[in-house]
Design a protein around this ligand. Structure first.
Ligand code: BES
Ligand code: MN
Ligand code: ZN
Length: 477
């Protein structure tokens, strides 16, 4: 159930709510907006701050019982010393929502004294991130043990035009994250190429986007030998989906977003070890990200032309699966020697990047859970960023930082080209263990020569096996 929001311009002392969350940075004195509330609590807030019981450190929380009227409980949440205000507000709001969820209060209010209108967007996104859960496949607990999920939050702020717009932006972005996380968390037997394609047509119908779905037949006609060889071992119909959102200048070159949509990656004939293979249901997170982005962009009514595009299939071993040593001809015409059938994402993306040329893109940005090497290099904190156009890379890096999803650039120098030369074909699909994220991107570059291009390796950041505080364990969206 999506979280709903209201804006309310009132003194925090007068807000009738089971839980009032107060987001405070390090070293705050009692903000003036909280004076009346503090009085009602017999000065408890002031005492906590002056004694140092609460210092506003990042992720610090302090719980107070409320007074007879107004807020039933007050929870102070520390923001730390924010270097990126939007990111720390998201984190604090997420933590608040998670606490509210655990308490089972059902509704809450939140205030972040001294922040501007822009902050409402970050707070709404953070609250949604924290309240999100995927419980469709669990039997609900008995009525008596059931806690109310957090369903509605009042943001205490001036209720003007700017605040309303900021909240609407937050809700749109949160809806995008919701789409991406839900699809990511669904198991591979439910989240199939068919379902991803259906999700695209649903989004398209709701927002009047032109959605096109190619299946195996159509891709054969397009001579997509690279994508198709990955889908060779599965009976499921692979899908190449494009979603066209055109609210920018008529005829202006679009931005094309490309996602890897492996609904499950067993590795194929080069099969993966059994241990932790279940995480490979997340190998469609690039596609989920594109679907989420299209949902958010459409709700934001951005004045841009954007094409969302993803390739969905399942990498399976079988008697007719592609095997190491096979050579396939890609949509672009380049021949590819398959060294390892587990390096399948780049094979899908190669044909998508080549297909993207038909849209005459101003820029192409792809997202893919592409290499285990990226997890080794950057851990679960930063997305690997590589590309052919430095100004575009810089734009992506700065947007990522603002969204609390930092990226880190890796080189894409010609020197690495040697590693993916083949004895029998134009190029081979792996370059060995060394520099695995870079050689994967070098492979993609062969198919992305005609436009400015940025590649995001999200293998480490698409989902987390541990609790990240701002985001619980699981898909990050
Ligand atoms: N989907 C995997 C990459 C991956 C690994 C994502 C771990 C998230 C966590 C990808 O298809 C893959 O298997 N890559 C291989 C490439 C290798 C065979 C060159 C890898 O990283 O081992
Ligand atoms: Mn693989
Ligand atoms: Zn994969």
């Amino acid at each position: 159930m999506a979280l709903t929001f209201a804006l309310r311009d009132a003194d925090t002392a007068d807000i009738d709510t089971p839980l009032l969350g107060v987001l405070l940075p390090t070293g705050s004195e009692l903000p003036t907006d909280l004076r009346a509330l503090d009085e009602r609590l017999g000065g408890a807030l002031t005492r906590a701050l002056t004694r140092g019981d609460f210092r506003g450190a990042r992720d610090e929380t302090l719980h107070f019982d409320g007074a007879a009227s107004g807020a039933g409980r007050v929870l102070l949440v520390g923001l730390g010393t924010p270097t990126e205000p939007s990111a720390s507000l998201r984190r604090g709001a997420s933590l608040l929502a998670r606490q509210a969820h655990k308490m089972g209060v059902g509704t809450a209010a939140v205030v972040a004294p001294g922040t501007d209108g822009e902050a409402i967007e970050s707070i709404a996104v953070g609250l949604s991130m924290g309240a999100w859960e995927y419980i469709d496949l669990k039997t609900p607990p008995p009525e008596a043990e059931r806690k109310k999920p957090l369903a509605r939050v009042t943001i205490v702020a001036e209720d003007g035009r700017a605040a309303k717009d900021s909240l609407a932006r937050g809700e749109a972005i949160a809806a995008g994250y919701d789409v991406a996380r839900r699809l990511a968390q669904m198991p591979g037997n439910l989240c199939t190429p068919d379902l991803l394609a259906k999700t695209a047509t649903d989004i398209g119908r709701r927002h009047r986007l032109k959605v096109t779905v190619l299946g195996r037949r159509e891709m054969e006609r397009q001579k997509m030998g690279s994508f198709l060889c990955v889908a060779q071992g599965t009976p499921q119909d692979p899908k190449l989906v494009t979603m066209e959102y055109r609210k920018g200048k008529r005829g202006a070159a679009p931005i094309v977003l490309v996602g890897k949509g492996l609904c499950f990656d067993t590795g194929g004939i080069s099969i993966k070890p059994a241990d932790r293979m279940e995480f490979m249901k997340f190998d469609m997170c690039g596609a989920a990200g594109v679907l989420g982005a299209m949902e958010a962009i459409a709700r934001l009514r951005l004045k841009v032309n954007v094409i969302g595009m993803f390739g969905a299939t399942t990498n399976m071993p079988s008697g007719i699966a592609v095997k190491p040593g096979d050579v396939v001809i890609s949509h672009l015409g380049k021949s590819i020697e398959i060294i390892n059938t587990d390096a399948e994402g780049r094979l899908v993306l190669a044909d998508l990047l080549s297909y993207a040329r038909r849209f005459k893109p101003a820029a192409v940005i792809d997202a893919a859970t592409l290499t285990g090497a990226c997890v080794i290099a950057l851990g679960h904190t930063a997305t690997g960023v590589l590309g052919t156009d430095q100004p575009l890379i810089d734009e992506v890096l700065s947007a990522a930082k603002k969204a609390a999803e930092p990226g880190w650039q890796l080189p894409l120098w010609d020197d690495y080209k040697e590693l993916i030369k083949s004895d029998v074909a134009d190029i081979k699909n792996t370059g060995g263990r060394a520099g695995g994220t870079i050689t994967a991107a070098m492979f993609l570059r062969e198919f992305a020569e005609e436009y400015p291009w940025v590649h995001l390796d999200i293998a480490g950041t698409a989902y987390s096996e541990t609790d990240l505080v701002a985001i619980p364990r699981g898909p990050t969206g």
